[in-house]
Design a protein around this ligand. Structure first.
Ligand code: 4AD
Ligand code: MG
Length: 460
């Protein structure tokens, strides 16, 4: 007999009532006495579980129940019965239970509640815990919704390389990739020894390569992992994160922010509809105000403030910060959160940063001091996207690179884009884990990515 998904049972419960079906999955719990009991069964096809009722008179092989432990994989055959008076709308009356693989007392997920720290140590099992099951399904749907949004907007999805020889973001530290035994004593770098004939790194962004395709398709985006070798132990940094980067021709900074806001509202309103059980779970058990907060984001216009205005506001509150601000200083997480949480109480774009603290490719303003950058800050998180209008003037770009100590010849092909049909263009990078944190209410980035890569942590 063919196995039926638990999701299909929920979707067609009336039609399936009275039918005999087979389900297979993993035991969340099993309780009962010597003659009667319940199995709470999941098969991963939906967040909801199936209640399997067993009793001595209906279940032929009743003795098997002693092996139906939490975490065991089992198969059950039985009839579907509607139970509108109960918490779950229907249940299965088991006629046959098969244990595929029984767990024993070593199975770590016995108890209902474990600390997040403990669950990180058993990251290979945590997708089975309710919180992570909800997080990773939402993660999957969110990726789908982002693809759907950009597809609807007419973007072409391009796959940019993960190995690169250029450092696009300047400040970001890079992971070197080499086939050489770098631990050999006195081993010096020599291009002839290298597979690529030069120094190569894991890419911190797909932007530069993405820009090449923007000039072919007009609107593109890349979506993949980015790598940053920084030694930051914070709740919002990982060394390997997923990065969505659109790049759009004939678009200025204001239009870019409008696109970002539209994207955010699209994914947030749709995720609430697509994952109602998971979102309700987060609202009940992670953050009681979550759904209100998300609805607020959907229904209100995002704030927009220039860096100079933001510094004005922040410097009046310098007594509240560990790092006081002044014009020219970087805006740190504590300042970002203060702006979004206390001042604006909603997502806010900060624009026109000093050119010294931003990347080389950003378009310079007339004032000679600032660049057309925009960071989108979310309450509770801080920076979720970073973007800019790009410098299209060859000479300005070359001069700026010189002052930053970058060699023009290392970026020859990127520079050539400014000679071969260059147009106004803009783009941004979305930290996929950061927006996932906001949408789920989960406060540590390590808990929204399958196997987090952070300093001293690469076990799985
Ligand atoms: O602000 P960033 O460094 O911008 C870029 O890389 C540009 N090339 C993007 C572009 O214009 N195409 O990174 C973009 C976003 C940040 O806003 C943040 O959300 C996320 O990537 N991010 C990280 N997320 C998790 N861990 C880290 N270490 C991150 N570094 C950046
Ligand atoms: Mg940034």
């Amino acid at each position: 007999m063919k196995k039926t998904d638990i999701k299909a049972l929920y979707d067609n419960k009336e039609a399936l009532t009275g039918n005999e079906v087979v389900v297979a999955g993993w035991v969340k719990s099993c309780r009962g006495n010597g003659s009667f009991g319940f199995i709470d069964l999941t098969d991963g096809t939906c967040f909801k579980t199936l209640q399997v009722v067993f009793s001595k008179d209906k279940l032929e092989n009743f003795d098997i129940i002693e092996k139906v432990n939490t975490g065991s994989s089992i198969m059950c055959k039985g009839k579907i019965v509607l139970t509108p008076e109960n918490k779950q709308p229907f249940e299965m009356q088991a006629e046959e239970v098969t244990v595929i693989n029984a767990t024993d007392s070593e199975y770590p997920l016995q108890k209902k509640k474990h600390s997040l720290e403990f669950l990180r140590e058993i990251a290979y099992l945590r997708p089975r815990a309710n919180l992570f099951n909800a997080v990773f399904r939402v993660r999957s749907k969110l990726a789908y919704l982002l693809h759907e949004f950009f597809e609807n907007e007419g973007f072409v999805h391009v796959h940019t390389p993960l190995l690169t020889s250029s450092d696009c973001e300047g400040g970001s530290e890079l992971f070197r990739v080499t086939t050489q035994n770098i631990y050999e004593e006195e081993k010096k770098f020599s291009p002839e020894d290298e597979l690529f004939g030069k120094k190569v790194y894991l890419s911190p962004t797909g932007q530069l390569e993405g820009e090449t395709c923007a000039f072919a398709f007009g609107k593109i985006y890349t979506f993949g992992p980015s790598f940053r070798a920084e030694n930051s132990n914070t709740t919002r940094h990982v060394n390997e994160f997923w990065h969505l980067e659109p790049e759009v021709c004939f678009m200025n900074l204001d239009e870019l922010m409008t696109l970002e806001e539209k994207m955010m509202k699209y994914i947030i309103s749709n995720i609430i509809q697509k994952c109602p059980d998971e979102m309700q779970f987060f609202n009940n058990f992670v953050d009681k105000g979550l759904l209100d907060r998300l609805n607020n984001v959907i229904n209100n216009e995002f704030g927009r403030v220039t860096y100079t205005e933001a510094i004005d506001i922040l410097s009046k509150n310098n007594d509240k910060f560990e790092f006081p601000v002044k014009w020219g200083s970087d805006i740190q997480t504590e300042h970002e959160r203060y702006l979004a949480e206390v001042i604006f109480k909603k997502p806010v774009f900060v624009t026109d940063y000093p050119k010294e603290i931003k990347a080389f490719y950003m378009k310079q303003n007339e004032d000679g001091k600032t660049v057309r950058a925009c960071d989108l800050l979310f309450p509770g998180i801080g920076e979720v996207t970073g973007g800019s209008e790009r410098e299209t003037d060859y000479d300005k770009l070359a001069n700026h690179m010189k002052t930053l100590g970058l060699k023009e010849e290392d970026y020859w092909w990127y520079m050539n884009l400014r000679k071969f049909g260059s147009v106004e263009h803009s783009g941004f990078g979305l930290g996929f884990e950061r927006i996932l944190m906001y949408i789920t209410g989960v406060s540590n980035i390590r808990d929204v990515i399958l196997f987090p890569r952070t300093p001293n942590n690469c076990e799985f």
